[in-house]
Design a protein around this ligand. Structure first.
Ligand SMILES: [Zn+2]
Length: 121
């Protein structure tokens, strides 16, 4: 497997911030913490984002999670960023903004070509 746990965890931090800030929580009665007992929560458009943030935020011991799960988490956020860049009209192939650059790096990393990529921190 070409992936490294520490690097995978580091790569989760950018989309995590982006996903956290991308939610509109004015209508949320539990400040972004998923509550499956609440039907509004289950139907909310941010439900998947909140679930992800709850599972992979920086207070969770990500080192204790298996690498396969962290890579799957990274794949999920890559899909999120793709949709986000598309929504705001960016083309990651040519744009050099932080989001598009991250997306390009993440795609390379996930296909296994970025194992020697320098840390972004
Ligand atoms: Zn961009």
């Amino acid at each position: 497997m070409p992936w490294d746990k520490k690097q995978t965890i580091e790569m989760l931090s950018y989309p995590r911030d982006r996903m956290r800030d991308g939610r509109e929580l004015d209508q949320c009665s539990h400040t972004g913490f998923p509550d499956r007992a609440d039907p509004h929560c289950r139907e909310c458009r941010y439900a998947a984002d909140c679930d992800w943030l709850y599972s992979y935020d920086e207070f969770v011991d990500l080192n204790a999670k298996p690498l396969e799960e962290l890579v799957a988490a990274l794949e999920f956020t890559t899909g999120y960023l793709e949709a986000e860049m598309d929504r705001i009209g960016h083309d990651p192939a040519s744009c050099r903004c932080e989001g598009c650059t991250w997306l390009q790096d993440a795609r390379r990393y996930l296909t296994g070509a970025g194992a020697s990529m320098p840390s972004r921190r």
